[in-house]
Design a protein around this ligand. Structure first.
Ligand SMILES: [Fe+2]
Ligand SMILES: [Fe+2]
Length: 375
């Protein structure tokens, strides 16, 4: 494939084209986040020393040339590609939301999140172009050529689904962005220093995205206009999608990434637990599951009358040991026929979208920011 990029500035020109092509109202975004500057940001590492894996105790690698093996270089490249792809995908998925925000406050939050996700993609492409030579340039260009809509060829399945309305958006930011936090945290321990440095500012920004999500979900619960069962369908959609993002069970690539010191556990350095190399993805997924359960408790504390829940971890999975099976939200194994009849009762169906469109006409479908006990 021919690349049209020779410098980072060339890539920035492609980024401008991409932003226009996916149909974002850039003027509207800029008006809500005045003076936002798209730039690469590298944080300060707590330590220059590799803290786990077979190179533990050595100095972190500053340049690709310092990375001791081609397979490790390829693996780091792959991680940067996957991370960057999700960032651009999320802008594409959220492109409709600029025109149907429930309030100016929410529009400003969305604009900031979209800019920060663009910046995260920008950061990953800055790494690609600065460190990965011709391969990196090609990959940085391809990053802006894949699409979450139309071609639907973003690298991870859940990043090809549209986020068409604000119930979708708040569930997405609470669950999918929270997966993002886990991934970024795991990469923040990387032996490749430019990658770990990139993670610190990204993680700070990510906490705003998750905060927007949980606060929005609490305001929806408080308003009590959208039936809980209907809210639950969107929880089910994005929770199952985000559980898939942790990858396959018994993953060999996760094992190698740990052994090479390029991707740690999310609590690396804070746990005494011996590492279980054969179940790294399972462990991260289970910790994520516990964390999202706590966020759902926070929503339930707003309106204890009707409870939202976290579906069984095997429900609606497309990746991992349970991807060829069907499970109900309460952990019952279902046959293909049972699943076909059951799925529309627990996942958004076209009738649900139509019903929501009606409910959104009620301006009180979400409580105003600041008048609930959300926090
Ligand atoms: Fe991000
Ligand atoms: Fe995010």
């Amino acid at each position: 494939m021919a690349t049209r990029i020779s410098t980072f500035d060339d890539w920035v020109d492609l980024l401008k084209d991409w932003r226009a092509e996916i149909g974002l109202d850039l003027e509207l975004i800029d008006r809500h986040v005045p003076g936002y500057k798209l730039e690469a940001k590298y944080g300060e590492l707590a330590s220059d020393e590799i803290s786990f894996g077979s190179f533990a105790g050595g100095k972190k690698w500053e340049r690709l040339l310092d990375v001791p093996d081609q397979r490790i270089r390829d693996s780091i490249l792959n991680m940067v590609i996957f991370q960057g792809d999700t960032e651009f995908a999320s802008n594409e998925q959220q492109r409709f939301l600029l025109s149907n925000a429930p309030s100016e406050y929410d529009l400003a939050s969305l604009a900031r999140i979209m800019l920060e996700e663009t910046r995260h993609g920008f950061q990953m492409c800055h790494l690609l172009i600065t460190h990965f030579g011709a391969d990196g340039k090609i990959e940085a260009q391809k990053m802006l050529e894949r699409r979450a809509f139309g071609k639907k060829n973003r690298l991870l399945r859940a990043f090809n689904e549209d986020v068409t309305h604000w119930l979708d958006f708040f569930t997405y930011t609470n669950f999918m962005d929270r997966d993002g936090k886990f991934q970024l945290t795991m990469l923040s321990h990387s032996a490749f220093a430019p990658l770990s440095r990139s993670m610190l500012p990204m993680l700070r920004e990510e906490s705003f995205h998750m905060g927007t999500g949980i606060s929005g979900l609490r305001r929806i619960a408080q308003a009590a206009v959208i039936p809980v069962a209907l809210q639950q369908k969107y929880y089910n959609k994005w929770i199952s999608g985000s559980l898939d993002l942790f990858g396959t069970d018994h993953s060999r690539s996760a094992r190698w990434a740990y052994a090479w010191g390029i991707k740690g556990r999310d609590d690396e350095g804070k746990t005494d637990e011996p590492v279980a190399l054969e179940s790294l993805n399972e462990r991260a997924r289970a910790r994520f599951y516990d964390e999202i359960a706590r966020t759902v408790d926070q929503v339930n504390s707003v309106n204890p009358a009707e409870k939202l829940y976290v579906p069984d971890a095997r429900f609606n999975r497309k990746i991992g040991d349970h991807s060829d099976e069907h499970w109900s939200v309460d952990g019952r194994r279902l046959s293909d026929d049972e699943w076909a009849a059951y799925a529309p009762s627990v996942l958004p169906a076209p009738e649900d979208e139509a019903r929501l469109a009606e409910l959104f006409k009620n301006p009180n479908w979400i409580a105003p920011k600041g008048r609930t006990n959300e926090g």
